[in-house]
Design a protein around this ligand. Structure first.
Ligand code: 26Y
Length: 818
């Protein structure tokens, strides 16, 4: 064994400069005397990557030596965003890099903007994975992330005439310096075929004879921790045609066909499904899931077997975390490997399964619960279907012992759903086979226990836990809001809060300090300026910095009620129009900012986007209104846009119908940045209220327990006149597109108003009025803002990960020596 050595790459500006220039010449292949911003970005990235690789090798070697229990985080989605700034900050060499660049005539911020987003995910779940990877690395946990390397990430949103259009995100076009292709880390992944019985040592065995084979190639993405040498791996798999596949060409035509057929293999990892709402049971999606699961497990088992012989020790060394049900095929896959390939007995194998898997669910929406049609599974993975049936038989027997012959309940809980389309309920499979089932907030967990998975909770209460989501302060303050970061460190007298988030609470002490107030407001104003410039650049609209910047940015969903926001804006507009001129002086000016993508097939969500544009068109061009009200839709919302918008927001809206948002993590990012929340008591907001107090935010709306009663009441609920009036305006074509908006209007009227916009409207307007009033008193507002940041410490992903490590995975830090 050789000695661990500190990396020899130096981090002073001069050494960095030399390395950048070398990369300009030898990696980018440009003259070191003439290169542009993009080429400089490429060279700098490679220079940073070299440093990451050193730490990464050390970390892997250290893990290998120590052989701790590892957690493997299995997720089909990661929204990493950009890597350059984040890496430089986690390496602790931001200033040195900026110096090195400025002497070369470049500005760090400008280069950082050259990078495109890695958008390998849809929304909340995917960004959560990214935040958690950052925390795992920073807290020195021996962890690996596994995922898919989609060639096309989440579509780009382009707005034409106010309508959303989707464009493919071919993000690898300009190369990706943040990954390392591991041409030698490949595994065969098999599909289709048949199952045959074999006699081995006088015993019957099932053997899967697959019909197709594809190769999985590893692409490693280093994830550096902050304030530690630890750098962990996010390993993403890409599909390649298998070389083992025999290609016999009899003539030119055969040969061409054979090559074209082989190429089809690559489609498996070509595209991310852009839907986070409805599950469709498509074959390609199922193929992706299995492809990813099979490759990851081969890798994990190989790593285990490199050191250990006895698979009975597997649970002592391995924790497998299922990020929702998307990777749940890992359960029958591990069973198959243990039983069919390793020849462990069924009971022994199942015992291992139940010790290694934990499952986190991210939804309360029934339509997002995955069901795989049996037909599909049977043709693609015949042996896995058998195994699932076997697990289910065992499960049903266990159940009968506990609950007797309650057939209704048995059929509700069964992993197999009989019905028009016989299918496999992936959540039921995951719950039965996991030792822990996590919700993502306290309220979410209550709903899982009392509604969604009630039958399971009653029998296995001890399985159910929750780990309230969190976000990483490294990305959401240090990278995206450097001025606030510096201010916080100055007042706390330390930068330690970047690793030890509880220190942030120390700000509470200064919440009424007038000099902090001044500096705080100054930082916020500069951020608003940056945001205003972006708004002008993207929409041509000039906005006043004195106005309240009111933001709602997230995926467009009916339950998230962007429509409530727009109807509220229409109401505000209507009020201003009907006011005497003198009274208008009392209006608190607002810039309403909305952004977010609609799933391509989600009609109502697309109509909401169009409505936003139609209303903006009217308001922004009305000279009666001027700076009192502006409405902007920011196109193509993604991680980078969030980094720019969040620091500049005064108020942000998290207004889902109570009981629908599992957690919500956007709110936590706004909170950290000192933005006040206007919200319903849903998801993690309930815990935010506990932490910062009701009077530090603007709450409104029905509570989760009122919702069922309100729905029952339906059209007999008294809906305020103003609500009927604003819906009427849309219906009557006040904003044009009368026919197009009709169906949207129908969704909020009478019995159709499933998301209770009408029922909550009055209290929504009251909360908005309270926000206006609060904004006039800038001293109070600033105090609330400071207290929001101070109270955000509980919502760091560091806390979430600490909880998972202790209560779910049973792992401990393994810190690489400096
Ligand atoms: C199966 C397929 C249709 C599907 C694909 C993606 C189903 C669900 C999803 C993603 C769900 C998701 O992003 N959920 C969000 O997870 C966040 C992190 O836990 C929560 O904060 C947020 O409330 C929840 O909507």
């Amino acid at each position: 064994m050789f000695e661990l050595m500190d990396g020899f790459l130096k981090n002073d500006p001069l050494s960095l400069q030399k390395d950048i220039l070398d990369h300009v010449e030898y990696t980018v292949a440009r003259s070191r005397f003439s290169f542009d911003d993009f080429e400089a970005y490429q060279a700098l990235s490679h220079c940073i990557r070299d440093r990451l690789i050193e730490r990464w090798h050390d970390t892997q070697l250290h893990f290998k030596r120590k052989d701790p229990k590892r957690v493997y985080f299995l997720s089909l989605e990661y929204l990493m965003g950009r890597s350059l700034s984040n890496s430089i900050i986690n390496l602790g060499i931001r200033d040195q890099c900026a110096d090195a660049l400025s002497q070369l005539g470049f500005e760090f911020e400008v280069l950082a903007e050259q990078e495109g987003d890695a958008a390998l995910g849809n929304g909340g779940l995917a960004r959560l994975s990214a935040c958690q990877m950052d925390s795992l690395a920073t807290m020195d946990f021996p962890a690996w992330g596994y995922g898919l390397r989609y060639q096309y990430g989440l579509f780009r949103q382009v707005i034409l005439d106010g309508f959303q259009h989707e464009q493919p995100d071919y993000w690898l076009n300009f190369g990706n310096p943040w990954e390392i292709e591991r041409v030698h880390v490949t595994y065969p992944v098999k599909f289709y075929g048949t199952v045959e019985e074999e006699i081995l040592n006088g015993e019957k065995h099932q053997v899967w004879i697959p019909g197709e084979m594809v190769e999985a190639v590893a692409y490693d993405n280093p994830i550096p921790g902050y304030g530690t040498r630890n750098t962990i791996t996010l390993r993403l798999w890409a599909a390649k045609p298998s070389n083992q596949h025999d290609m016999e060409a009899y003539n030119t035509g055969d040969y061409i066909d054979a090559v074209v057929n082989r190429q089809r293999a690559e489609t498996i990892s070509s595209i991310l499904y852009p839907d986070d709402r409805s599950h469709q049971g498509k074959e390609l999606r199922l193929k992706q899931q299995y492809f990813f699961v099979s490759a990851s497990l081969q890798d994990i088992i190989r790593r285990f077997k490199d050191v250990h012989k006895d698979l009975n020790q597997f649970p002592d060394k391995v924790a497998l975390q299922l990020n929702d049900t998307h990777p749940a095929l890992a359960i029958p896959e591990v069973m198959r490997v243990l039983v069919d390939e390793e020849h462990l007995g069924w009971n022994k194998a199942f015992d291992i399964i139940c010790k290694i898997f934990s499952f986190t669910t991210h939804t309360v929406l029934a339509e997002a619960l995955e069901k795989i049609p049996v037909d599909l599974l049977e043709s693609l993975l015949p042996r896995h279907l058998q195994i699932i049936y076997d697990i289910n038989s065992f499960f049903m027997e266990e159940l009968k012992k506990r609950i007797g012959l309650d057939y209704n309940r048995l059929s509700r809980m069964s992993i197999v759903e009989e019905g028009a389309v016989k299918s496999i309920r992936m959540a039921n499979l995951s719950i039965f086979c996991s030792h822990t089932v996590n919700g993502v907030s306290k309220l979410h967990s209550e709903l899982l226990q009392t509604r969604v998975f009630k039958d399971f909770y009653e029998l296995w209460p001890e399985k159910f836990q929750y780990k309230t989501n969190g976000v990483t302060q490294r990305r959401w303050i240090v990278v995206s809001n450097p001025n606030l970061c510096a201010l916080i460190s100055k007042w706390l007298g330390t930068e330690s809060w970047i690793r030890d988030i509880d220190l942030l609470m120390g700000l509470r002490e200064y919440a009424t300090d007038i000099s902090l107030h001044q500096e705080w407001r100054m930082v916020r104003r500069v951020n608003k300026m940056r945001l205003a410039e972006y708004i002008e650049a993207t929409s041509g609209l000039k906005v006043s910095l004195d106005a309240m910047f009111d933001v709602q940015m997230k995926r467009i969903h009916e339950y998230k009620r962007q429509l409530l926001n727009i109807l509220g804006i229409i109401h505000r507009y209507d009020c201003i129009k009907n006011m005497a001129k003198d009274d208008r002086r009392k209006v608190v000016p607002r810039v309403c900012i909305i952004g977010g993508k609609a799933a391509p097939g989600y009609e109502m969500a697309k109509k909401i986007i169009k409505l936003c544009h139609a209303v903006a068109e009217k308001i922004n061009n009305d000279s009666d209104v001027g700076d009192l009200l502006k409405l902007v839709f920011i196109p193509d919302y993604n991680v980078s846009v969030a980094e720019l918008v969040i620091p500049g927001a005064d108020l942000s809206q998290h207004i889902s119908t109570a009981g629908h948002e599992a957690s919500g993590t956007g709110s936590m990012k706004f909170l950290m940045n000192g933005c006040l929340l206007l919200a319903t008591a849903d998801g993690s907001t309930v815990e935010i209220i506990e932490e910062i107090g009701e009077d530090n935010m603007f709450l409104f709306g029905a509570k989760v327990h009122d919702v069922p009663t309100l729905r029952e009441k339906g059209s007999t609920i008294k809906v305020p006149l103003q609500f009927a009036r604003v819906v009427r305006m849309v219906r009557d074509g006040y904003f044009g597109f009368q026919d197009y908006f009709e169906s949207l209007c129908n969704t909020v009227e009478g019995n159709n108003d499933y998301y209770l916009l009408g029922a909550d409207f009055e209290s929504y307007l009251e909360a908005q009025a309270a926000a206006d009033k609060g904004f006039i008193d800038q001293e109070k507002w600033t105090r609330m803002s400071i207290l929001s940041t101070a109270g955000s410490s509980r919502f760091s992903s560091d806390r979430t990960i600490q909880d998972y490590a202790e209560k779910t995975w049973g792992i401990e830090p393994c810190r690489c020596p400096l």
